[in-house]
Structures are given as structure tokens and as C-alpha cells.
Design a protein around this ligand. Sequence first.
Ligand SMILES: Cc1ncc(COP(=O)(O)O)c(C=O)c1O
Length: 476
Amino acid sequence: MAETGATSGISGLDLHLELTGTRVRAALEQALRDAVRSGRLQPGVRLPSSRALAADLGIGRNAVTDAYGQLIAEGWLVARPGSGTRVASRVVQEPASERSAPLETAARYDLSVGTPDLSHFPRAAWLRAARQALSTAPDTALGYGAIQGRNELREALAGYLSRVRGVRTSADRIVICAGAAQALGLLYRALRGAGGHTLAVEEVGEPSHRRFAREAGLGLQLLAVDDEGARVDQLGAGARETNADAVLLTPAHQFPLGAALGPERRAAVVRWAVDTDALVIEDDYDGEFRFDRQPVGALQDLAPEHVAYVGTASKALAPGLRLAWLALPAELVDPIVELKSELDLASSSFDQLTLGQFIAGGAYDRHVRQSRIAYRRRRDQLMAKLAPFADQVRVAGLAAGLHAVIELPPQAPSDAVVALAAERELIVEPFAGYEATGPPSRRHNAIVVGYGTPAEHTFAATIALLGDVLGHFLDV
Ligand SMILES: Cc1ncc(COP(=O)(O)O)c(C=O)c1O
């Protein structure tokens, strides 16, 4: 027989079976076996009738019935009268060496940093927004074209950011990106393209954000961080050639230490940017989640032509959306849109339309409000759990955000705490992973706990376990 690289779409099931060689039946058997073994055909999935599959693949029906029969005999498939042929529900164990690494962690108790409670994602409201957005969008919204981002979303964001974060912007200054990760990558490339060479960063921060800068060809200047955020006085006041071209800051909630950038430093960094014609990149990753006082407004408001503001849906909604936004100085809009077009043409217009509707209809505000209440409650529970150790640990960053830093005394080395936690199926992160400076200059014996991460029903057990692990090292 001739080679068949056919796709069967019968019964709505897209089988993508590659049948090669002359032994059609054996080839079909093998292709189905592989599909079940690899999980491409999931337990319970109904296969097409033998007639339909034969017609679809252009082979004789007998070959299909024989192949089905063999796989039923081997236990891969089951056939029941009236319900056709289905993939058997048994779990097929793959040899360990052939199994690919899981993409999603499945520890039972997860305090890793950077994710909100995904079980809290507002699915029903999101679906309503998607339905509404898709039923009203023009056909042109489904084509190429909106490299800068859908106007519906940019308009909604301009209003939201001004109302909630004090950002001074308009839809034509906003660019939609695939996460803050992409937004930062674009800014770094734009800086480099304009002849820039150095980015100043906080000496503790998200490591991937430093890596992106190095990959874009920028050198790094490290700024110390204290209780008032980054030491922006270290930026210097010399000529542009001797200074950094830009500084990346997390002013509302230093990541991960948690301080808000002090008022004098906010003014000073903006003055520096204006005086040296440099750029401040404001990563406002969780600015909405401030618990004990009014939110700290965006720094961008002080100098919109010198601050590139970065916001993301990853904390307020879910990182899986891969949606973020830049509010840019006028002169950066075209270069960034140009770079974005080279990278991926544009972000998904379906998701943008949905998020635009979600914000414009008030669902985003409602969700953030509810989340803030839920995370504040968690924060309080965490503080209560740590209270017995109050004289031995210092907890930083509790006024805002979805994580806290627990600074430990010498009898509780962070590596040992992380290792014991892991033994008990609890993920906590060592602070060292966030430090740009390696040993011996590491200052913090600390762990970072993402208390926003666990699903609500596991939260109490998760922090109880954290308390047990700490209790192993500390005096109660
Ligand atoms: C400091 C910081 N900024 C921004 C983000 C959001 O990144 P993204 O929008 O790419 O998910 C994160 C994610 O953990 C982060 O740690």
C-alpha cells in the first residue's frame, strides 16, 4: 500500500494516525497503541466506528476491525455493545526512562512564589466575558493586524490603570504583550537597539528578568535594597555614558523583599531619569494587592515620558493567560511595536477581547477586591502561624502581595529548611535563588513563601506543615 499520513476526523475525533509501509493492519495497530500509550488518546475516549475510520483512512474495513480486535485482546481498548470501542481505563505504566518530565509540579503542599490561587480563577465570569466579547467583535478582530494590541483592551486598560494605579496614559501608549517576560524582553531589545549598554537592577529580584537583559546584550549594575526599597542613590549622577541607560524597579512591592520604594527615592529616581535622559522600567506585578493601607500609586505618574510601566494579569488572574501591558513614553511606542511584530505579530486577539470585556464590565475590579480579601486573610493566618517564632524569625513583605520572606536564625539554615520541607511534600523556596550576588556576599538566610499559591482547601494544612518544619529547627 502507498504511504498514508492520514488524519481521521470522524466522530469529531482527530486521530492523526501515520500509517506507513505495506502492512496496513499492523501499522494501524501500532499507531493506535502508541497513541494510547503516550496519552494522546485518553482513557474513555470513544474511537470512530470501523467503517468510518476505514473510509477516513482510505483502507479496508477488515483491517480496522482486525486492529481493534487485537487491541481489545491486549487490553488497550474495550468494546461494549451500544457504546462502541473506547480506550480502556487502565493506567499504562511507561518505563521511567521514556516518560517525559511533568510540566506542572504536583507537590501536595505548594508555597512556591509567583502564582495566585489558580483554583480561584473566575471561570464563570471569564466565560461570560468571552461570550460577550466574541459575539460583539467584528470579523476583522479575528484577523492579523493589531500588533500593538486590540483597541478594546487598550482602552479598558487605560481607564483601569488611571483609576486604580494612577498611571497617566492613553490607549495609544499601551502595548499588549505575552506576559511581563515579553514586555521586559522588548524593552531591553529596544534599549540595546538605541545604543544602550547597561541596565541597573535591584540586587535581589526575579532571576529571569536579569537573564533576559543579559541575553539582550545589556550589562547589569546592581543596586542594594533595604527597608525603603532600592538604593537609587547608587545610580550616580554623571553623564549618560558613565551611567546605566535604564533601571528596572519593583517600586510598589520590592520583589521579593516587599518594601515600598520610599517617597524620596521615588522622586530621586525620576529626577535621575530626567537629568540623564534614562528610562525607569516600573514592574508593577502585584500593585493591586496592598493590605494595610492605601495602595502605593504607580511611579509612572511622576514622569510618564521617562517611565515604562509594566503590568500583568499573572497575579490578579492567572499566569497561563500570558497577558501583560506596557504603558510607554511616546517615543518608545513605535520601536516596541516594531520589535513585537518581528517576534510574534501580536498576542491572541480572542484573549485580549475577553480581558477587555472583563475589565470594562467591572469583573476585574470585583475579582481583585475578592482576591485581596482572601489573600489578606491568608496573610493573617500565616502571621498567626509564625507568631510562636516571633523572637527568632523576621518576616518581611507582609503589607502587600502574595508572598513573604521569612528570615531565619543560624540554627535554621535555609537549605536545610527547604530540604526538610521537600521531604514532607511542601515546596518553599530559598531566598538565595533571588540574589544576583553569589556567595560569599549573600546576606540572607531566608526562605520565600508564596502564600497566595495553595488552593483554598489546602491552605490551612499547608501553613500548618510550614509551622511543623520551622518548629523542627526553632524553639517554640
Ligand atoms: C517580579 C515579577 N514581575 C512580573 C512577574 C510576572 O511575569 P509574567 O507576566 O511574565 O507572568 C513576575 C512573575 O512571577 C515576577 O516575579
